[in-house]
Design a binder for this molecule. Sequence first.
Ligand SMILES: C[S@@+](CC[C@H](N)C(=O)[O-])C[C@H]1O[C@@H](n2cnc3c(N)ncnc32)[C@H](O)[C@@H]1O
Length: 270
Amino acid sequence: MVSRQELSWVPKEVDLDLPSSARVYDYLLGGGHNFEHDRVMAESLAAVVPIRIMAQLNRSFLRRAVLALCDQGIDQFLDLGSGIPTVGNVHEVVQQVNPDARVAYVDIDPVAVAHAELILAGDPRSIVLHADLRAPHTILDRPELRELLDFTRPVGLLMLGVLQYVSDEADPWEVIATYRKALSAGSFLAVSHFTPDGMPEEMAKLEAIFAKTAEPATTRSHTQIERMFAGFELLDPGLVYTVQWRPESPDDVGDHPERSNLLAGVGRKT
Ligand SMILES: C[S@@+](CC[C@H](N)C(=O)[O-])C[C@H]1O[C@@H](n2cnc3c(N)ncnc32)[C@H](O)[C@@H]1O
């Protein structure tokens, strides 16, 4: 067992006995910033759904979506629910294409933020904010964000693998609408989201596991997720399983795209 002293990089307020979606995801992607309770939760998810594949396919979608936005001329990104930085962070992907591109990361998890601060130290074009995306103005009004991103020009707004942690009561549709109002025309929204559509029984079990944690997850139908793009025009191929969104090769899709269990899309603000 690793002692608290050895974990000197972990912010004091972090409760190591509670799993967090950021650390569970980090473990599923092969990262090293997770604790025993995160790993136990990841393994219980793996027993009911192909959670590792789901995580990997979501991360690959992130890369393809961000590169597609670079192709559209986007050079500034706001990544909400950005997670623990692992290989293929948004700033790494976009700065390969455009070294001047700017990225603002936001996460509610103190471990994700602490680790991002370490990785981003010395990079003047990237910042990380510790904030809750459900309170858009606490993010949009931050001076550091306004200094980095120019909201009079198009922004790439990323909400990948995160909106399932926003309950119906917290109204993710209204939350997105608030961000949309802050964006100029020609901005983009990229979303990926747990859905029960393809594997309803298995995803109900996943929901039941999350329900026992501090971060319950809500799976949503194609129709409910598509409504998140109100005021945005979906780019081809529309809202599809992550693996089906502009695959690098048709062979990547396989016979069971529904096993990716997250729907993904990119829309342009009209
Ligand atoms: C599964 S990870 C996704 C990471 C990354 N966006 C990706 O797709 O590769 C979900 C992240 O959302 C964060 N998160 C959950 N609820 C949030 C909230 N209300 N505000 C900000 N971040 C949140 C979690 O801490 C976690 O890091």
